[in-house]
Design a protein around this ligand. Sequence first.
Ligand code: 7RM
Length: 646
Amino acid sequence: MSDTIHPISAEFLRQTHLTEPQYRQLYERSIKDPQNFWSEQAQKFVTWFKPWDEVCSGDLEKLNTGWFKNAKLNAAYNCLDRHLEKRAKQTAIIWEGDDPKETRHITYAELHSEVSRFANVLKKQHIKKGDRVCIYLPMIPEAVVAMLACARIGAIHSVVFGGFSADSLKARINDADCQLVITANEGLRGGKTIPLKQNVDEALMDCRQVRSVIVVKRTANEVSWTEGRDAWYQDLMAQAESQCPPEMIDAEDPLFVLYTSGSTGQPKGILHSTGGYLVYAAITHHYIFDYHDGEIFWCTADVGWITGHTYAVYGPLLNGATTLIFEGVPHYPDFSRYWNVIDKYKVNIFYTAPTAIRALRREGNDWVTRTQRESLKLLGTVGEPISADVWEWYYTVVGNSRCPIVDTWWQTETGGILLSPLPGATPLKPGSAAWPFFGVVAAIVDDKGNEVADNQMGKLIIRQPWPGMLQTVYKNRERFVAAYFAEFPGKYLTGDDARRDNEGYFWITGRNDDVIKIAGHRIGTGEVESAILQHPSVSEAAVVEVPDAIKGHSIYAFVTPKSGIKPTDALKNELIKKVRTHIGAVATIGYVQWADALPKTRSGKIMRRLLRKIANNDLNELGDVSTLADPDVVDNLINNRLPIEE
Ligand code: 7RM
């Protein structure tokens, strides 16, 4: 392989936690002796009320794995209380509002008392350990307060991204059987308001079990009100006590559920434990971001996604960091926003997604170079593959060729980063997520599950449990087994294709199932199809992904109208709207190709593989079409293919 390698500068090496030999030694140990390795790390990164009987128990064959059996701890205590002696006056959260004039600094002492107060509010609303609480909030400090308040009393939070529609919200509230919803009257992004409370009202028409809605007043605008059910956050907080002892939580009690798209059916509620997840969040944040005391850490992800959970909230707060919470978007008020925020607060570590980097690169270097960015020491990326040229731009223009980039590969299910360079220890190859983190045994296998040779493409699997691994799919053990452990029993199936080069670097190419990443957001093609099929004029629909220069991927839909229905632009717009209202703005269709018929096997299965090739104009090898019921269908689709704007 002739990949560019960026060696690590001597300046950077002097201050990092680990060198390459140290990484290799620790990695070996973490694999050969996980019990002792994780026992030491768990004591270093987390404070326990009661120690464990066993560090890791069970195995992936029997799917009975567990971490820190019978140990007791509390997530909020670990994020807050234990820091107070040293950090009471240190800023825990820097909040930058959508409007650059709006900003807040919240110390550890203040966050601790806010969280305790809100925990008391939840208790007053009869929320107790094990109950599910839905959080549907913008990126405001109250989102962090709500998450930690749940954790303090042992309630399971289910954060739903504010960009999801009322329908999506309803499905998530019902699946997790949430009893309480925390929202805001409105959200604010890029100068526009988002009708969060209105979406909640709509969702709750079909959620009988929800008894109360707590509403943060974020804007001055009025919203409709249901007496007896709705209450203002600010009012409840004013009456609440600021003392609330943390609940003793079992290491294997769930901390949260977070919904994510899979290849079939409705989104899955990914359930994460308390002990294993927290240890993994803290240790990955410490080593991968090379976090040192006093540094300002900024992860741009919304708390509605796993990246926001682990690296905007839990990881940084566990390590006593200052975490920056940003309400807005990268292009408002202008394209310098990210870099201005970095200068304003002297951000040291900046973690974002390739889609944002591509969008900002397109606008030209001036937006970046007119800012200083001298505080930066490390850059990170997550969510989708980053191409070498985008990586180089991020490295040279944003980081002034001075800051290592950590390309971090992981998933909602993995709880934290599994593959990444370690700054200072890993020579960087642009576009590669580099090496496995401690305790992670990753492999590339063929369709039969046999390991392939170096540089061969295959499926990425994980062979051993790690502390951040999901516990199950909420109330659906069968789906948990089917999605991750059925194809290769005893191994965790990631759903990604990748290769490993002869220096052990992993190169991820993307999903090999029906999940697509659009602007870093994870969407199931099945969800989009079922939304389209709800339209009364539609007979059949199949959705595939096509490349998009900024968003990474875009949705390409093949749609067959019902007989007698004319395929018009008006109908196309209705379908686009249908998907947006059913799922949310994250699932905006890019292309609709009308199809007289869809290619099917003789048993009636839509051949998505073929449609993917047609949409991508990849017509040289259409593969085996011998099973096709009607071969003419394919020619027809090829002739009416829409041009893709790349
Ligand atoms: C953290 C997150 C997971 C999927 C995953 C991959 C893709 C994530 C990278 C990446 C290439 C990366 N969770 N993915 N990180 N692909 N390089 N560094 O994104 O559950 O929303 O999505 O994202 O396909 O399976 S997620």
